[in-house]
Design a protein around this ligand. Structure first.
Ligand SMILES: Nc1ncnc2c1ncn2[C@@H]1O[C@H](COP(=O)(O)OP(=O)(O)OP(=O)(O)O)[C@@H](O)[C@H]1O
Length: 229
């Protein structure tokens, strides 16, 4: 365990309004917590507020009511630059589209969030990046350019990249959304392995029923509310 707080993330009565074109409440008193080591999925119909919630939980959107705690710390109301650092340090992101930089090597891509954080030297980061690649059986691809990989391989690299700073929490937004069944299974199995072998805390928004059913706990949303958790 990396720290002493058993709760990685806690949302308390989170409300979110959009004002364009008319005032609409898209999150309604959303409360839940994610304990350290938990692998949690967030499901619900299109438009129920999943992405909006993830954007808030990831500290990117600060325009909400309610309270958010990360790693035992109240982060609501903290300044933007503080949150940016916190995000780099504590959250690893895996999106539907991998956002790898095609002109850089696989190894360099994985190192990028580490270079941003500035906690480790370049040498250390190279070592760490190789270590992460090994988890995904991708070492032999380290020096390839990102665009020389298959879709499934790219997504594995994206997960390796999310791990570079040993984050408290991995947040995923439809990590298998753009993959075929075979590659979805590979990516899901990698998430599962991170949960089981490394006790990695993960919160993943997904439409993929099979993926959700394989997680420790499902948070289900409907019309801006959590209806099951
Ligand atoms: N910037 C915005 N301005 C106004 N309304 C928005 C904005 N972003 C999202 N919404 C609305 O908020 C609601 C929730 O959207 P959100 O993207 O969070 O849903 P979702 O559950 O992630 O959907 P999907 O599964 O399709 O990605 C929707 O009704 C959407 O139209």
């Amino acid at each position: 365990m990396k720290n002493h707080h058993p709760t990685a993330l806690q949302a308390e009565g989170v409300d979110k309004f959009f004002f364009n074109p008319t005032k609409t409440q898209v999150l309604k008193k959303v409360s839940f917590e994610v304990k350290q080591g938990e692998f949690v999925s967030v499901v619900g119909k299109s438009g129920c507020g999943k992405s909006t919630l993830l954007y808030i939980l990831s500290t990117m959107d600060t325009d909400y009511q309610g309270k958010l705690h990360m790693d035992g710390e109240l982060i609501t109301g903290k300044p933007r630059n503080y949150l940016a650092h916190l995000r780099n340090e504590k959250i690893g992101f895996v999106f539907q589209f991998h956002y790898l930089l095609n002109e850089f090597s696989v190894l360099e891509n994985i190192m990028i969030p580490g270079l941003k954080l500035g906690k480790y030297s370049r040498e250390e980061l190279e070592y760490r990046a190789m270590e992460k690649l090994r988890i995904f059986e991708m070492e032999e691809h380290a020096l390839k350019k990102a665009n020389q990989l298959s879709g499934g391989q790219k997504q594995r690299v994206a997960i390796a990249r999310a791990l570079i700073n040993d984050p408290l929490l991995i947040m995923g937004d439809e990590p298998t959304g753009n993959l075929d069944k075979k590659n979805s299974d590979i990516v899901f199995n990698k998430f599962k392995e991170l949960a089981q072998e490394f006790k990695q805390t993960m919160l993943v928004v997904t439409h993929d029923q099979e993926f959700a059913e394989g997680t420790d706990r499902i948070i289900e949303m409907e019309d801006g509310r959590v209806i099951r958790q």
